[in-house]
Ligand binder design. Structure first.
Ligand code: AMP
Ligand code: GLY
Length: 422
């Protein structure tokens, strides 16, 4: 197979590393990729859907794997399918599951999928009155995609009212013109991934993400500062409950609405005392969850994702090692706010030689023989081992070898996993 991966972060680097070990994969390219990915394979600097289609025809690409949500929401998968190119990733209609919180909430209502109680507002006065009536804690969300920044979990009324003000005053652009106010779910948060082939969904893996910027879950929300997999909370029984109460009804509901879902369905769940409830869906793999998940994956990823794209998942490829995997994200100082750029990173080669460790690039650039930071989230250090404790140890051993004075990371990634496994 000749495969094109769309995206440019650590998630895409993880997918590409795995594809490069896949016996059925002959060639992998990444569009646009990054300088770290370019060390492993071809990167092509194209974004426009027409250019991507042309590239696929010219390079005889058999499968396109779309890593990030923007091209999915913009209909890239539909466009490629019109050209008879196999795609792992949902259509524009199916991607609404991530793009529109209102779409997903309505789907949950109609098909009895457990989620937080909610109300939708186009008017700030009504939104304010609702918050005052409901009390705190309460969750305020801008509808649509607001780069992960559109959510406020408010523990004080003033905080909730400020968040409403923010949305309606245009802080999130069009995404904020409609506001969803939700019941605050209490419990443990889990990322759950199911693979979908257009008809059915199959469980793939579970993980935990660390969303806050600083240790002990303090500081602002980020795209994710680290992850571990599997989740000690997702037993086979819990997996069955999640599939039966959340994932299957979603896929059946979408099918009834004449929407076929092909790709990964990523459920952000709260495991509450009343069972798992949906926080949100994403229409793509999680970043940095995927980096930890794929470190444990032992099947043929090219074959697996192609089988989904072709409409019949190849279950034989659903194999994982029993190891635990931990991923520590290294970010540029200042992230998720204004962050430093073009700062020197050294000793990556030695750090990558720690046993059981691999280093993926999320936002680096190469200048001569030097690595520089380019994005907010810059590097992912992933370690696997027989125990979470050992995997953590290895990951931080490698992190500590990286010489990057302008970078930072959380020191408590997967500490929660240790507490959970006891
Ligand atoms: P989202 O951008 O929708 O992923 O939300 C960001 C984070 O806010 C989630 O990962 C949760 O930690 C939290 N969150 C969102 N909705 C709720 C809710 N209804 N109850 C509790 N926490 C929530
Ligand atoms: N790690 C959360 C996400 O990918 O949205």
């Amino acid at each position: 197979m000749r495969i094109l991966v769309i995206g440019s972060g650590g998630r895409e680097h993880a997918i590409i590393r795995k594809l490069l070990t896949s016996p059925t994969c002959e060639f992998v390219a990444c569009a646009p990729g990054n300088d770290g990915i370019a060390q492993d394979t071809t990167c092509v600097d194209i974004f426009a859907h027409t250019d991507i289609c042309n590239y696929c025809r010219r390079e005889e690409i058999d499968l396109v794997i779309i890593g990030n949500e923007e091209p999915l929401v913009m209909g890239l998968a539909d466009r490629l399918r019109e050209e008879n190119i196999a795609v792992f990733g949902p259509s524009e209609a199916a991607a609404q599951i991530e793009a529109s919180k209102e779409f997903t909430k309505k789907l949950c209502d109609k098909y009895n999928i457990p989620t937080a109680r909610y109300a939708v507002f186009d008017n700030r006065e009504e939104a304010r009155a609702y918050v005052k009536a409901q009390g705190v804690p309460i969750v305020i969300k801008a509808d649509g995609i607001a780069a992960g920044k559109g959510v406020t979990v408010a523990t004080r009324e003033a905080e909730a009212l400020t968040a409403i003000e923010h949305c309606f005053s245009g802080a999130f652009g069009q995404a904020g013109k409609r506001v969803i106010i939700e019941e605050c779910l209490v419990g443990e948060e889990v990322s759950f991934f199911a693979l979908c082939d257009g008809m059915s969904a199959t469980p793939f893996a579970s993980a935990h993400d660390h969303k806050r910027a600083y240790d002990n879950d303090l500081g602002p929300n980020t795209g994710g500062m680290g992850s571990f997999s599997p989740s000690p909370l997702v037993s086979s029984q819990m997996e069955e409950t999640i599939m039966n109460t959340i994932i299957q009804p979603t896929i059946e509901g979408l099918n009834k609405e004449l929407i076929r879902y092909v790709g990964v369905l990523f459920a952000g769940l709260m495991l509450t005392k009343d069972g798992p409830k949906l926080i949100e869906y994403n229409c793509r793999f999680g970043d940095p969850e995927t980096q930890a998940i794929l470190a444990r994956y032992t099947g043929d990823l090219a074959k697996l994702l192609m089988s989904c794209a072709q409409g019949a998942i190849d279950r034989e490829q659903l194999t994982f090692s029993s190891d635990a995997a931990v991923c520590v994200v290294m970010a540029a100082s200042g992230y998720p706010g204004e962050y430093t750029k073009n700062t020197l990173i050294q000793n990556l080669g030695n750090a990558a030689n720690v046993y059981g460790v691999s280093i993926l690039h999320a936002g680096t650039s190469r200048a001569g023989d030097q690595w520089l930071s380019r994005g907010g989230r810059v590097l992912n250090v992933i370690a696997t081992a027989g125990s979470v404790r050992q995997a953590r140890y290895r990951a931080y051993e490698s992190v500590d070898m990286i010489d990057w004075p302008d970078g930072f990371c959380r020191r408590d990634i997967a500490a929660r996993a240790l507490q959970l496994v006891g």
